[in-house]
Design a protein around this ligand. Sequence first.
Ligand code: NAI
Ligand code: AKG
Length: 446
Amino acid sequence: MDEESTLNEFKTWIDERHPSQPEYLQATKEIAKDVIPIFCNNESYRRLNVFKRLCEPERIIHFSVHWLNDANEVEIHNGWRIQHSGLIGPYKGGLRFHPSVNESVLKFLAFEQSFKNALTGIPIGGAKGGSDFNPKGRSETEVMRFCQAFMGELQRHIGPHTDVPAGDINVGSREIGFLYGEYRKIHNRFGGSLTGKDISFGGSHVRTEATGFGLIYMLRAVLKQHKDEIKNKRIGISGAGNVALHAALKSVQVGGQVISLSNSRDCLIKEEGFSESAISWAIKNKAESDNILIDLCEHHGGDWHKDATPWQQPMDIALPCATQNELDKDAAAALLSNGCKYILEGANMPCTNEALDLIEEKGIPFVPGKASNAGGVAISGLEMSQNATFKRATYKKIDDALQDIMLNIHQQCVEAGTADGRVNYAKGANIAAFRRLADAMVAQGV
Ligand SMILES: NC(=O)C1=CN([C@@H]2O[C@H](COP(=O)(O)OP(=O)(O)OC[C@H]3O[C@@H](n4cnc5c(N)ncnc54)[C@H](O)[C@@H]3O)[C@@H](O)[C@H]2O)C=CC1
Ligand SMILES: O=C(O)CCC(=O)C(=O)O
């Protein structure tokens, strides 16, 4: 079977089936270029049409959320849950509350989640959900009422063995608490219907830190693979949320020098590197702050760069940890010409496909989010098993498990992505995850 014509036919098909959904088309095409050759060379995959079937979400749930704001006015928002693939376990993935949320964004996130979750080695399927509601600038009571109304609709589609949501952008432990409280009230059951819960009611140690810490455990494995080390490396991080700050904390703890953090407009540069105490201060005060980056600058100093991203700065390692498509072709060109040697995605799909082409051309190690940020969902998986057995593991046990899981994902990328002595982590992750999902699809029939 001709690989090039199969890829071209796939691109035409996906464009026609999912028009006007640029993020979904971007994510599916990025994976297609790596897995079509595997697909073409496997008779069962071809016979059962596995790749196109994996590019169709199993279920798209769209509901409207009606709720009363503090002025006693009714507000209406969109709510979604995209249950992308339940092939290898209950649907699993976060909820995002942000004005930019739409069906295309959630479909790409759910698609990537299925591949990511397959790499963790834990039996969890892929999903994502959320709303175009923006909790920023809302009172806590408004956030609570919105979460209750959102869960009022979502609750009929989730459960510990069906679909287990968690947090994502703007959905942290406060929102998970409100969502969980409503679910428990309606179903009168305690347990694993959501992860990312507070430790006091069924949460797991290390879940809050897991995505950022896991990213740095992956970075250490990549550096070791390339006979390099983190000590004194200049690390540029974007974002100032859960993933960014925990990646910054672990980087500094293991000897790296974090020179940047950012938000959707501006960037804070600290030439000599943020101290561990400054980052810990930001983590501690984030929930109470309207803009943690400004507060960090006021309390701990740094150079404020207006309307800027970190990517123009010289750095050895770039960790985009904010949002999709934040690192474009120009940013990639600046990073590469300034000597950046490694890029690992903390966010989901932060690099545009044009940026990826440039990085690939240069040949520096690049690890895609589905491999490098999988630590968060992996610890969510361990939260589910702790809930199911009514046991809580220690912080050390979960942190050790996280390190093992990230090493295992690294190994899968190396095994599936090495050619001519070079590891292509993106290709390795895509192929390893695809094989796991495709084999499950073949075994389960049509
Ligand atoms: N929380 C988790 O466990 C996981 C999160 N992710 C991904 O990591 C990314 C960040 O998520 P969280 O840290 O959880 O969210 P968060 O809500 O805690 O933080 C998001 C941060 O990104 C910043 N931001 C938003 N848009 C930006 C832009 N265009 N440019 C620069 N900064 C921007 C915000 O100011 C905020 O500091 C997202 O892509 C998310 O899907 C991936 C795996 C797990
Ligand atoms: O912990 C989870 O279930 C979700 C994590 C997530 O949303 C992600 O990996 O992007």
